[in-house]
Design a protein around this ligand. Structure first.
Ligand code: C2E
Ligand code: MG
Ligand code: MG
Length: 701
């Protein structure tokens, strides 16, 4: 309800809680109307006008009727008088005329003339042989007249003789004057009476009705839903039984109680609704944040980036000022995650995000696309070198070591750059371009940036086709194993073979594992491939007692049933566990998951040999060496190659060999290609070797 237009009742200064309507005797307050003024408004005025009009109408009608009756009565009297004159005076006047008794005639005419309303009497003699007599009395004039002529007949010897005529004129003017007087008096008295009665009625109506109505109206317009005022009470003695006004007041009071209650309920419901709305708003804001921002780093997420990219692209198309999208991927982030755990991985991502944000301008958008992928939209770059400079700056920022769990870790990134609108007219295409360029940077050795070139699309199409074929490689029987001999250096005797996977493509060519194993890992196909390799290697193991080494992806070790699978394999092929060696590459670090640990321990318990592959180039080697019971240590080819070129590399190889021996492990040198390398390693005490010098990987036959 809006603000009250009038003062609320209980503030008006009138008798508390009752009324401010002026009673007749009550002293008048400023601005308060006199009773007739109050009564003269609205109903009162209309009542007055109606009563006076009606009363006057009635008065006029009744007076007219009365006047008419009076007129008829007086006119009747005059007419009766004239008739009376005829009967009373005709005979005596006729006799006097016969006798020509003029004095008598005059006397009689005067007598008639003196009768009321008779103003003129004229006697005309007829039939006389002499000059006829013409006598008259009174005066003539007036407006309304009533005339009569009487023939005068004299009875002489039984014979009726006409002797003259009597003409009498009676005036009606006094009658009309009287009637007018009466009408005037009547109207005046009736008007006064009507007015007084109307005034009285007005007062009564005011006292009994209209002032209370005004009171109710004031109370209603001052009614405030928010404040419970005292109930409405009228300034009068309560009539018994209660009348219409009482019922109105009671109804209104009931209604106001109901309204106050309903309003209070509404207020409460409103409050609840408000708080519900606030809660909802905060949820919505939270959802909005979650929908557009990355919770870990607080950066924009993929959705928001695509949105901003859309607008940046439109703007660039409009203004002609090019922009750039940089796709940034941390190199080998998975290794950190796997080796140090997810908490450390998260820390690293946060720190990386922080460093990236130092490189970008306010107008740029920096987003985390998911995992270890970030992206930057650099709007309005002045030249094509701009984005490259930004990429170099990012690489520099990331170059400083990251301190994780008290240790310094080096993280690099690969960055793909695509320019818009030159490289593409829609956001998804741009994103794909950026990612393609980023993959290219990774392929070219990581820790660098690469600008998008149109031919990458071709490469991507080919890669996608390859991935599609890779999926059905096992089913199509396209995988083959090649074997490379493992030689005892002292005796140059082949003690076993390493099984190496190859993919015979539909075109007939052989695809090397470096090209498809990483993809198979990413695509989740490595488990299938690994099982196939194990199955195939165990199935074709020569009966000469030489062992076979099969490469196992750390992914396979995470599989809960892997050790059981291997044990079942040995049983099915009737192999002694010592004939099987599993090579776990150190390039891809194992995680600390309970499944990996359980598998390794179970495999160990089965008596299967475990070897750590590519030792020296990977991660946390020493920790693993200490933690897991490896039987063999394979020195990576790069050390073997470098050993004859650098003194330090030679010392390192000797140290690794010594360390392996100290841990009770057998040491294999990988990639021996020359006689010198062979000689060096044999001299260094390395017992086994593998490399082109002894034999290249070849089909089993
Ligand atoms: P790896 O286990 O270290 O295998 C040795 C790699 O070095 C083989 O490459 C082999 O051909 C190559 N090599 C051996 N001697 C020499 C040498 O004297 N000079 C040179 N330049 N290279 C030599 P390949 O067959 O291309 O395999 C590459 C990697 O692919 C393997 O490294 C292994 O990590 C992975 N791999 C191969 N087969 C499988 C498999 O069945 N499962 C898994 N998970 N990984 C496999
Ligand atoms: Mg190997
Ligand atoms: Mg190796």
């Amino acid at each position: 309800m809006g603000p009250a237009k009038e003062q609320p009742l209980d503030r008006s200064g009138a008798a508390a809680g009752t009324t401010s309507a002026p009673a007749l005797a009550a002293p008048r307050h400023a601005g308060e109307a006199r009773w007739w003024e109050a009564a003269g408004g609205g109903i009162g005025r209309r009542l007055l006008v109606l009563m006076v009009t009606f009363s006057l109408l009635v008065t006029v009608l009744l007076s007219a009727l009365q006047l008419y009756l009076d007129y008829r009565r007086d006119l009747g009297a005059i007419e009766a008088r004239l008739t009376e004159i005829g009967t009373s005076y005709s005979d005596s006047l006729a006799a006097s005329l016969w006798n020509v008794d003029q004095p008598q005639l005059d006397l009689q005419l005067q007598g008639i003339r003196r009768l009321p309303e008779i103003q003129w009497v004229e006697l005309r003699e007829t039939g006389a042989l002499r000059e006829p007599l013409l006598l008259s009395a009174g005066s003539r004039g007036g407006v309304r007249l009533l005339t009569r002529d009487y023939p005068l007949v004299f009875q002489h010897r039984g014979e009726r003789r006409p002797v003259g005529t009597l003409h009498v004129e009676a005036t009606l003017d006094p009658l009309f004057d009287r009637l007018a007087e009466t009408a005037k008096a009547n109207l005046l008295t009736q008007a006064v009476q009507t007015f007084l009665v109307a005034l009285f009625l007005l007062y009564v109506v005011h006292r009994m009705v209209t002032r209370h109505l005004a009171e109710i109206s004031r109370f209603v317009s001052g009614f405030d839903l928010q404040r419970v005022a005292r109930p409405l009470r009228l300034d009068r003695a309560p009539p018994s039984p209660p009348d219409e006004l009482d019922r109105v007041v009671e109804s209104f009071n009931n209604m106001s109680v109901y309204l106050h209650r309903a309003y209070a309920d509404l207020e409460q419901a409103n409050e609840e609704l408000e708080s519900g709305l606030a809660l909802r708003r905060s949820y919505e804001e939270k959802l909005e944040r979650q929908a557009h921002y990355d919770t870990l780093t607080g950066l924009a997420n993929r959705v928001l980036l695509l949105d901003r990219l859309h607008f940046a692209l439109r703007r660039a198309q409009r203004t002609g000022l090019p922009g750039a999208l940089l796709c940034i991927d941390l190199d080998r982030f998975k290794n950190i995650n796997d080796s140090l755990g997810h908490a450390a991985g998260d820390e690293l991502l946060k720190e990386a995000a922080h460093r990236l944000s130092r490189c970008v301008r306010d107008a740029d958008t920096l987003a985390r696309m998911g995992g270890d992928e970030f992206a930057v939209i650099a709007a309005e770059v002045e030249s094509e070198e701009g984005p490259s400079r930004l990429a170099m700056r990012i690489l520099e920022e990331l170059a400083a070591p990251f301190l994780l769990e008290g240790h310094a870790h080096h993280v690099t990134a690969s960055i793909g750059i695509t320019l818009f609108p030159a490289d593409g007219g829609d956001t998804h295409r741009l994103l794909r371009n950026g990612e393609l360029a980023m993959y290219k940077a990774k392929d070219s050795g990581r820790n660098r940036h690469q600008c998008f070139e149109e031919q990458f699309n071709q490469a991507l199409t080919e890669q996608m086709a390859m991935e599609e074929r890779l999926r059905s490689a096992v089913a199509n029987g396209e995988l083959v194993l090649h074997y490379q001999p493992i030689v005892e250096l002292k005796s140059r005797r082949v003690v076993g073979h390493e099984a190496l996977l190859r993919w015979r493509t539909a075109e007939g060519g052989l695809c090397m594992p470096d090209r498809f194993i990483p993809r198979a890992e990413e695509m989740g196909l490595i488990t299938e491939f690994g099982r196939w390799a194990l199955e195939s290697a165990c199935g074709s193991l020569p009966a000469d007692g030489r062992r076979v080494a099969v490469n196992v992806s750390p992914r396979q070790l995470q599989e809960p049933g892997f050790a059981d699978f291997v044990s079942d394999l040995l049983r099915r092929h009737g192999l002694t566990p010592a004939l099987l060696e599993l090579e776990i590459t150190e390039r891809v670090v194992m995680d600390d998951s309970p499944d990996t640990e359980a598998n390794l321990r179970l495999l160990c318990a089965l008596g299967i040999r475990l070897s750590i592959d590519d030792f020296g180039i990977g991660y946390s080697s020493l920790a693993y060496l200490q933690k897991y019971p490896f039987d063999t240590l394979k020195i990576d080819r790069s050390f073997v190659t470098a050993a004859l070129q650098q003194e330090s590399a030679a010392r390192l190889v000797e140290t690794i060999i010594a360390m392996g021996h100290a841990l009770g492990q057998e040491v294999i040198a990988e990639g021996i290609e020359t006689e010198e390398q062979f000689a060096f390693l044999e001299a260094a005490g390395c017992e086994l070797g593998q490399g082109y010098y002894f034999g290249r990987p070849a089909p089993r036959d």
